[in-house]
Design a protein around this ligand. Structure first.
Ligand code: PEP
Ligand code: MN
Length: 343
């Protein structure tokens, strides 16, 4: 439920009212706009009648929020959320996602060696990527496949961050790994963990931005509910990621649900990223899907890049070479200009 206070409500009245709402058992999320203060009641509002608040002369309006993802919902937070990444860190090139421009995240599926990671990092930076990705803990379908370098991979990623100044994105699979992620700018929650609710709750307490990927068989509303878990637990810096879903067709690795992008942008204020690499699973299709994602309204695009895709320990078939990535970036810059955005 959302309670909108009238303009110029005295702060003492506002505070007393908030105390009253808390005494009724609600957590209250306060949003001060230019004219109005909006109070979001978090908790079971089904037992409250909107009329019981309308009686106060300082209350302008009371709305039931249909969407159960109140904090992620645009009705509660009409303006786009933009998230600053790497801001204020020495020798890091900060970037902002969600401000209307396009941020490209690039790097290998898995971190394999220092040489591999640094060379890819330098190349993608040169082409205009703003964040470096690379998996250290890998969620593989087979227990016999390469599982990632683990803590050593995190170390290598942090040295690539130091060498290039690019903020970094990497996947967290278990709460037990969280201590290793202090200097990771963006924690990725992969498709397979989108509904690991204990993990999501734990992320509410960390300062890192979270890149939340849509599950293989999850609806967009479930994605928003998972974002809500993180936000309700205290971390509002959440980026949503469409990365393809399972459908009956198998000509691509997954089916890129491109209509999820305008839907999410309409329904939520959070930035939206598309990962065309995992969506299609074929490097030749990535450039077209990346361009389509930009035009569909994505705030960011995440692309897998490998210096030797044919030798990659994971997802080589969908990885672009640095040269191919450079061509994609030139193409994306043109599309961005048409959309009145920068890249
Ligand atoms: C990845 O980004 O490397 C990854 C494993 O992605 P997803 O969780 O979308 O499969
Ligand atoms: Mn991958």
């Amino acid at each position: 439920m959302i309670v909108v206070l009238k303009p110029n409500t005295p702060s003492q009245t506002e505070n007393e009212f908030i105390d009253h709402l808390k005494s009724l058992g609600f957590n209250v999320h306060i949003s001060h706009g230019i004219d109005h203060t909006i109070l979001g009641l978090i908790g079971d509002t089904s037992r409250i009648q909107p009329e019981s608040f309308i009686v106060y002369d300082f209350v302008d309006n009371v709305m039931r929020v249909q969407a159960p993802y109140k904090m992620a919902s645009r009705s509660f937070h009409p303006d786009n959320t933009s998230i600053q990444i790497g801001e204020g860190l020495p020798n890091v090139l900060p970037c902002t996602i969600g401000d209307g421009n396009i941020v490209v995240i690039a790097g290998p599926c898995s971190i394999e060696s220092e040489e591999q990671l640094i060379s890819i990092a330098q190349e993608v930076k040169k082409s205009g990527a703003r964040l470096l990705r690379g998996g250290a803990f890998k969620p593989r379908t087979s227990p016999y496949s390469f599982q990632g370098l683990g803590s050593k991979g995190i170390e290598l990623l942090l040295s690539a961050k130091k060498a290039t100044g690019l903020p970094v994105v990497t996947e967290l699979m278990s709460i037990t790994q969280l201590d290793l992620f202090n200097d990771i700018d963006v924690i990725q929650i992969g498709a397979r963990n989108m509904q690991n609710f204990d993990l999501l709750k734990e992320l509410g307490g960390c300062k890192n931005t979270i890149l939340l990927k849509r599950g293989l068989a999850n609806t967009v509303k479930e994605l928003l509910m998972s974002a809500e878990y993180i936000m309700a637990a205290g971390n509002s810096n959440v980026i949503l990621c469409e990365r393809g879903i399972r459908t009956f067709d198998s000509y691509t690795r997954n089916t890129l649900d491109l209509s999820a992008v305008p839907f999410l942008k309409r329904e939520s204020h959070l930035p939206v990223v598309v990962d065309p690499s995992h969506a299609c699973g074929m490097s030749w299709m990535v450039p077209t899907l990346a361009a389509s994602s930009l035009v569909a309204g994505a705030d960011g695009i995440m692309i897998e890049v490998h210096n030797k895709p044919e030798c990659a320990l994971c997802d080589g078939e969908q990885s672009l070479t640095p040269a191919q990535f450079d061509t994609v970036m030139s193409r994306l810059k043109k599309y961005a200009a048409v959309e009145d955005k920068t890249l």
